[in-house]
Design a protein around this ligand. Sequence first.
Ligand SMILES: C[S@@+](CC[C@H](N)C(=O)[O-])C[C@H]1O[C@@H](n2cnc3c(N)ncnc32)[C@H](O)[C@@H]1O
Length: 698
Amino acid sequence: MGLSRRMQKQGIPAPLDESFNKKRKLDSSANKAVKKQKKGGDAPKSRANGKKNGAKGAGKSATQSVNGKPAKGKKSVAEEFLSEDESDDEDVIAGGLDDLDDDELQDDADDFDLAPSGSDDEDVVDDSDREIQKGVWSEDDDSDAEEILTAANIAGLSQKLDLSKAQEEADAEAELEEDALRTNIAADIPDDEDDEEGGVKTNLLAPDLQLLRTRITETVRVLSNFKELHDPARSRADYTQALLKDICAYYGYSPFLAEKLYSLFTPQEALAFFDANETPRPMVIRTNTLRTHRRDLAHALINRGVTLEPVGKWSKVGLQIFESQVPLGATPEYLAGHYILQAASSFLPVMALAPQEHERVLEMAAAPGGKSTHMAALMRNTGCIFSNDSNKDRAKGLIGNIHRLGVKNTIVSHYNALEFPRVMGGFDRVLLDAPCSGTGVIAKDASVKTNKTEADFLRLPHLQKQLLLAAIDSVDHASRTGGYVVYSTCSVTVEENEQVVQYALNKRPNVKLVSTGLVFGKEGFVKYQTKRFHPSMKETRRYYPHAYNVDGFFVAKFKKVGPTPANAVRAQGSAEAKANENNHVAEDDDDDVDMAEIEDEDAEEEPFGGFDDEEDAKYIERSLNKRLRKKGIDPKASKSKAVKSADASVVKDKAEKAPKASEDTKTEAPKEKTKANEAEDAKAKTKKNSKKEKRKSV
Ligand SMILES: C[S@@+](CC[C@H](N)C(=O)[O-])C[C@H]1O[C@@H](n2cnc3c(N)ncnc32)[C@H](O)[C@@H]1O
């Protein structure tokens, strides 16, 4: 039995066939709607809206298949799973059993992430209740009505009939004109010279999707073998522009985003990517190994009429759901925390982070907790996970999942993650699953097609860069078991991925990229358009819906090899650093921190990324005041000697720091040990000691 597209397995795919060249099946209901619209003479709705609804519809039907009855011709799922002598059946379940058996031999520690966007319960539209609209005059009414017509109203009626006839004629004429215009779309390649508005004109009418599709396929074919196939009168740029216009009209993207996404791929692959975004990804659940084993969970769900299969060899805890007769968000197993609904690609960052038992781990942006609870399962509820999310409401969802799944090693907070490591540092591992534009999950949220602007691709990378530096500074480079940071997004744009990683490499020379350890995924870009990235960017991994049938994702893993240089942290806070945040890689190179500085004996070791004296002074004072109050002394009334001396030391320290900060910006001087240098060293040591004192008092 062949699997439908939706049923394709996730993860390492069979070689990509060229099926994206096949004509897209048009949604018949969409066509009907278009026709209806024309008949009614309404102004055509924007394609973007049409697609948005279309995508929603697609999502719905997919969920319905998950919740609906087993496909025709299939045995009941329980029968299939439980009947052993049918192992030669090619059905989904047979393969599933093999994989589950494998799993039983292994440790069951693995997993995934979050709830799918669609609800499990579908609204069923029941037509039976609908009132049949009667005409103004029913057949029975007609005779009576005619009898009561008077000579006076006969004239009125006749006038009304004339008007309605004239209206019908006008409508018919308009429809003819519209048809005549539509035939222009039929040309294989749009001729921008003939059409002043270059396709915009066609967009104003409800586009003929079939014709658009044919033209897109043809343009891609020409672009793929440009030398041989192109019309000499048209340049590659002409073809590309025409193609982008058609992509916007056909799939409903804004021109800005269509171009951004198109530029990531070859024309054929771009088409496959856009197509894949029109189809929902398979529903996946992650077994919570704190509560159950995957095999037991599979049996329990099969008994409830769920058709499922292990998600792939790459995960020991994922189950792909094909059909279900019960809502998966409300089964007894769900409520008992035996699984979580989670997209397959969300397993990947946690698998890359590979948290170990008894470690201290931070997830900086954790709500609603798919990844944190996955980490807890991998750590078998040992050690400690700090699950943070700045959004307090979302953090409530995170707490809910933590309770339901029986996680006991996690502390939830709602700081702005930029405040780390000041809040807390020295972690063995940190996961930053960053807020992003969501260009990898367009199949789930079609609004991304039109609501992302250029400003978003400046604002988000800016935040992502700062969050990543905070993540790096929060890790203990000297961790015996870890010292790793994983950065991930559910976006496929270079601005939010390679550029962010490169920025971190530039700003934090004490980290390097290492292998994610993930068994599939495409290498990150080492070059993209005019940008060049560090060769180690190959270690990062990209995931695309058309390539792996998973949400689009990006995963990078860093190893922290040394303490963050204090001057790097100070520079970060400086106006100059802020101005550079959105610069390109080449520009970022200018403010590179020299690796030699880390090895410099004189460099202050600040494992948590350095302290801010001004900020510290406040905390020190508050802490001393508290201590005084405990002793029954009013700190305001009489400042004790201790307070005064502490204040003095802060002021002195600040005074010493001022010239040092400006020194940091100078080019390094030759390291001759002069008397002046020695005096400086002594001063620095005193300063270091006084800082240690201050920390102790905090
Ligand atoms: C991609 S989601 C995280 C999903 C989560 N890792 C999971 O697996 O369930 C991004 C999260 O970042 C949070 N966020 C955005 N800005 C933040 C910030 N400055 N500090 C902390 N969290 C932030 C959002 O509230 C959102 O929940």
